[in-house]
Design a protein around this ligand. Structure first.
Ligand code: SAM
Length: 248
């Protein structure tokens, strides 16, 4: 998977993409990153990539010419998504990350200041993606969030395929609680079942805990996910246990 990032601040990406799993994925050539400094495509001696908004008002707007020319230079294949990170976009979720991971190449455009000239959005951008209902100073952090979420879905980027499958949202519900050594810490014990060596019972316990976490924290997710007969049974058990707990 190749990511091209169009940005005014390429240096912001170095630490995030140069560490941990994403760095390993780059070293193994599972993903590649091409940072494009939009300022390199400015023509004036001050390398000005932004200008005052027509019609007046506060803030600066990123100029269209350097972005159009930077995109021309990328020689993008037909059908390649060109994603503008914007709070006005569709909110990034796991499903979207999985879909984008099927592409060979993604071009990410990071806005700054008040945003970018509308002609870029109307004529170059194919997708608009938000990372949530709040406004950041620039599209660089959202681009890094998207790259991380998408890269995890690229085959072999994660050490074990299972670590994605059991994650929250991958199959529509939240993850189960995890424990590691020591078995007892400050008198707090790891649940016995996890030490039993009975893989069938451990799998059922984990599924039940995942359903319980989802019911408690994000009950709306349970309405969207397809539950098996066993899941429905486990949910009944959970609700009964909750009622019993509430009644003392
Ligand atoms: N005036 C814009 C608006 O209200 O929609 C916000 C501009 S914001 C200060 C500057 C840039 O940060 C945006 O062009 C976008 O690239 C990025 N940005 C800010 N918040 C974002 C979010 N929640 N998701 C994705 N990108 C965001």
């Amino acid at each position: 998977m190749k990511f091209d990032i169009l940005t005014l601040f390429p240096e912001m990406f170095d630490s995030v993409l140069g560490a941990s799993i994403l760095n390993k994925a780059r070293e193994r050539e599972l993903i590649s990153i091409n940072k494009v400094d939009i300022r390199d495509y400015t023509k004036d001696k001050h390398n000005q990539a932004d200008d005052y908004p027509y019609g007046g008002g506060a803030g600066m707007v990123m100029k269209p010419e350097p972005i159009f020319e930077a995109v021309d230079d990328l020689k993008i294949e037909e059908g390649t998504p060109l994603i503008f990170l914007t709070p006005q976009g569709k909110t990034l979720d796991q499903k979207m990350a999985k879909e984008f991971a099927k592409e060979d190449r993604l071009v990410l455009l990071c806005g700054h200041y008040e945003g970018i000239d509308q002609r870029v959005r109307d004529n170059l951008v194919t997708h608009e993606v938000s990372i949530g209902d709040y406004v950041l100073t620039g599209g660089e952090l959202p681009a890094m969030v998207l790259i991380d979420a998408v890269s995890r879905m690229v085959p072999e980027v994660l050490g074990s395929e299972e670590s994605a499958i059991e994650d929250s949202f991958y199959n529509g519900i939240l993850d189960f609680p995890n424990y590691t050594r020591p078995q007892s810490y400050r008198g707090i014990e790891v649940p016995d079942i996890l030490l039993s060596g009975n893989h069938g019972k451990i799998a059922t316990w984990r599924r039940k805990k995942a359903l319980e976490e989802t019911l408690l924290r994000r009950p709306e997710l349970l309405k969207k996910v397809q539950l098996s007969k066993e899941d429905k049974g486990l949910l009944e058990e959970i609700k009964k246990e909750m009622e019993e707990g509430a009644n003392g």
